[in-house]
Design a protein around this ligand. Structure first.
Ligand SMILES: [Zn+2]
Length: 122
């Protein structure tokens, strides 16, 4: 036995994984999107235990990942180019000239988003 998914009830599965020395057991809830290993909830990406249950059910693992892992979300994330900023008053565009107002708004928005992101982390 390497990996084994056993249906529990509803969309819950018991997944067993045998290592060389011992057997690890996890509980996967496909409806709630959680696994007892906590990886799925943390990363919004199905863990190997969840994938084992998903494959046992006959579903596609990609359907259980958060939409921010999709190609469309990736392209939307990187569609704006953020230029280097020396300081808030001297915004320089990619060509070295002073950035246009739209560029400054985009850069300020990106900086605000980064500050919010770090504020969440700290
Ligand atoms: Zn897991």
């Amino acid at each position: 036995m390497e990996w084994q998914a056993r249906w529990a009830r509803g969309l819950k599965y018991k997944v067993s994984h045998k290592n060389q020395m011992f057997v690890e057991r996890f509980v996967v809830d496909l409806l709630a999107g959680i696994c007892s290993c906590k990886f799925w909830r943390l990363c919004e990406m199905s863990c190997p235990h969840a994938c084992c249950a998903i494959f046992d059910k006959g579903d596609n693992a990609e359907d259980y990942c958060n939409d921010f892992y999709s190609p469309a979300a990736y392209l939307a994330t990187y569609e704006l180019v953020v230029a280097a900023v020396a300081n808030g008053d001297n915004v320089v565009g990619l060509n070295g000239a002073a950035a246009a107002t739209d560029d400054k708004v985009a850069i300020n928005t990106a900086i605000a988003a980064l500050l919010c992101y770090f504020d969440i982390l700290l």
